[in-house]
Design a protein around this ligand. Sequence first.
Ligand code: ZN
Length: 159
Amino acid sequence: MKCPYCGESESKVIDSRPTEDGLKIRRRRECLSCQKRFTTYEIVETVPLMVIKKDRSRQAFDRQKLLNGMMRSCEKRPVSYEMLEKAVDNIEQALLNSYEREISSRYIGELAMAELKKIDEVAYVRFASVYRQFSDLNTFMDELKDMLDSRSASKQTEK
Ligand SMILES: [Zn+2]
C-alpha cells in the first residue's frame, strides 16, 4: 500500500473497520516516511473454512447445511428462523476466531449443540441424538440427566 503523497510503501494502520456492506475493510493509515494520513479500502479475503469429516474427507464449510440441520431439530418448536440464523452466526464467528482453517465436523457439531442448548432443550436433544448417533450413549444420558435434574431443581426453588 503505497503512500499517495511520497510513494513510501511502509505505513502503519491507525484504525480499521468494516465498511457498511461488510465487504471491505476501511483502514486509516499513516505513512512511516512523511507521516501523512490516508485511507485505504481493502477487500476482505475470504479463505474458505474446510471441514474434516469423520472419514477424513474434506469439504468447504457450508453455512446453509448447518442451518438446515439445526432447523430440522427445531421442527414444531417455538424457535424462529432468526434465532437459528443468529446461532449460526455465533458458530461461524467462533470458527473464524479460532484461526484454524481446517475444523473437524465434530467440533462444529459441539458448537451447534451448545447454541441449541441455549435456545430450546428439545431441539438440543434431537440434534444431539442425530449428531452423535448414540455413539457415546453414556455421555448423552448423563447430559440428559443433568438437564432434567437442573429442571426439577429450578422447579423446587419456585415452590
Ligand atoms: Zn508518505
